[in-house]
Design a protein around this ligand. Structure first.
Ligand code: 5GP
Length: 115
């Protein structure tokens, strides 16, 4: 599967403001933040999009991603007031980087519906 810039961030070949890391998950601040808190939470495995998340093959990874999300939201102080998790998928979903990632957005009231 094709690597993206996120693989370079995982290997620490390019810098990023990392806020969480364990064996399976990395999280770092988005380079163009859309809210006071904007973190990208990614699997270390190269998975292009949520379309490749298949049944039980990925159930542990999904748990790892959500465990990380809750820890980061707590650590960054946005858990109590709430936050938004976004996964863009494919062209119509507005995905730009084809390495699965969740956007964790918080620190302000977010509008709904999205554009
Ligand atoms: P997508 O549109 O694919 O859901 O979101 C990709 C996100 O990755 C964008 O919000 C963009 O700002 C962020 N991004 C792209 N390249 C880099 C980078 O090199 N470093 C960091 N920290 N974020 C990046």
């Amino acid at each position: 599967m094709a690597e993206t810039i996120f693989s370079k961030i995982i290997r620490k070949e390019i810098p990023a403001e990392i806020v969480f890391e364990n064996e399976t998950v990395l999280a770092f601040k988005d380079i163009k933040p859309q809210a006071p808190v904007h973190v990208l939470i990614i699997p270390k495995d190269v998975i292009p999009s949520t379309r490749e998340i298949i049944g039980s093959n990925h159930s542990k990874l999904l748990g790892d991603l959500f465990d990380a999300t809750n820890k980061i939201a707590n650590d960054l102080g946005i858990s109590k007031d709430g936050f938004r998790l976004v996964i863009n998928c494919g062209d119509n979903g507005g995905q730009e980087v084809y390495h699965l990632h969740m956007h964790l957005l918080g620190g302000r009231k977010l509008n709904w519906p999205p554009g």
